[in-house]
Design a protein around this ligand. Structure first.
Ligand code: TXA
Ligand code: MG
Length: 349
């Protein structure tokens, strides 16, 4: 299949191009598009045959449900059975934005969207191209992240091209995504709302509206079974083995250097995920050092994380050693993605 790359400037949106992309959706085909979190792989969420193409292009297990994306509040009404008052308060505060909420599904939702569950995930993205594209399509857009299942989520059109070229008819190139990690998934279908996946909206922010909010145990505990189907799969995985280090900065730098020197002495190519504050501490012995961002501004680490992991794939490293961050604010989502990328291999110092 020939994949068309449609470049759209988000500061000066070309309406005709948006219409072209919307037409592809209405014809039952797939379009990858930018959001403020990561790129999504979109299809008409009410068209079962179109949605099936998403699973095929990604190689995604069919029991992993999809998020429906909307562009204005009234579009949620036909999609869900019940909206609890607390959910309205979250919409007011965080939509459009990186918060996905789970509700009891309505009858019009195809089974393929929910993986057989009686709930459905809804999100209103905060990205000018995404909103215009959804509105022009006139249907809710089902969209997982636009990566091949298991790989890091795409934060640039080039990442989508890497994974989807030849498999889908259209990719909207709207530049780099702003946040770099996916939305927070919050279950609103239960009495006490629960975070199933940490993401762009932090637990600290959500607590201001839902003081008794809870966190799925599997986010913080290694062996607990996740409540969200998608969270049980290996994710964001680099080709190389990855080990995550946590502890104070001096101990992390010391241990990462020790591990790196040991691997290098055995002929391995080593990549290190560092920060501006520590980048100069790994200079010897041909270590490949990537700077993810600044510890003073953890948002910068979120923006670059997936891109850095993909970069190490291209340079064929054998092992990635990563510095952890504190789990405050966006740090919880960063550590969740790093831990998954490492397949649970963590060294606590
Ligand atoms: O930022 C994002 O959320 C991006 C952009 C494109 O919007 N999308 C995204 O989709 O990350 P995906 O499919 O990669 O992740 C959706 C997560 C999965 O872990 C899935 O299992 C969970 O949401 N999910 C979807 N529907 C659910 C439901 N009804 N109950 C529990 N978990 C659900
Ligand atoms: Mg994903």
């Amino acid at each position: 299949m020939n994949t068309r790359i449609l470049k759209i400037d988000s500061d000066n949106i070309d309406k005709e191009k948006i219409q072209e992309a919307a037409k592809v959706i209405r014809e039952g085909e797939l379009v990858a598009f930018p959001t403020e979190t990561v790129y999504g792989l979109g299809a008409n969420g009410l068209d079962e045959v179109a949605v099936e193409k998403i699973y095929k292009a990604k190689g995604r297990p069919s029991d992993n449900p999809l998020i429906l994306h909307i562009s204005s509040l009234e579009e949620i009404v036909p999609l869900v059975e019940d909206i609890p008052p607390i959910a309205y308060r979250c919409m007011e505060k965080f939509w459009p934005g990186p918060l996905t909420m789970i509700f009891k599904r309505s009858k019009i939702i195809p089974d393929i969207i929910t993986g057989g569950l009686d709930t459905v995930a809804i999100r209103m993205p905060d990205h000018p191209i995404a909103s215009r594209f959804i509105k022009a399509s006139g249907v809710p857009i089902a969209a997982p992240s636009a990566n091949t299942s298991g790989r890091p989520s795409p934060t640039k059109a080039d990442h989508v091209i890497e994974d989807m070229q030849g498999k889908i008819p259209m990719i909207i190139d709207g530049g780099s995504t702003g946040i770099g990690l996916e939305s927070t998934v919050l279950d609103m279908s239960i009495d006490t709302p629960m975070i199933l996946r940490p993401g762009g909206i932090t637990i600290e922010e959500l607590r201001k509206i839902i003081p008794d909010i809870s966190l799925d145990r599997s986010i913080v505990q290694k062996d607990a079974v996740p409540k969200s189907p998608g969270q049980k799969y290996r994710h964001y995985a680099p080709k190389a083995e990855m080990i995550l280090f946590t502890g104070d900065i001096e101990s992390m730098v010391r241990e990462i250097n020790k591990y790196a020197d040991d691997y290098i002495s055995r002929g391995k190519k080593v990549g290190i995920i560092s920060t501006y504050e520590t980048k100069d501490r790994y200079n010897d012995n041909n270590k490949l050092v990537a700077i993810c961002g600044s510890r003073k501004e953890p948002e910068s680490i979120a923006v670059n994380l997936f891109s850095v992991i993909r970069g190490f794939d291209s340079s064929d490293v054998d092992i990635i050693l990563a510095e952890g961050v504190s789990i405050d604010n966006i740090g919880m989502a960063i550590m969740n993605r790093m831990l998954k990328a490492a397949g649970g291999k963590i060294i606590k110092l």
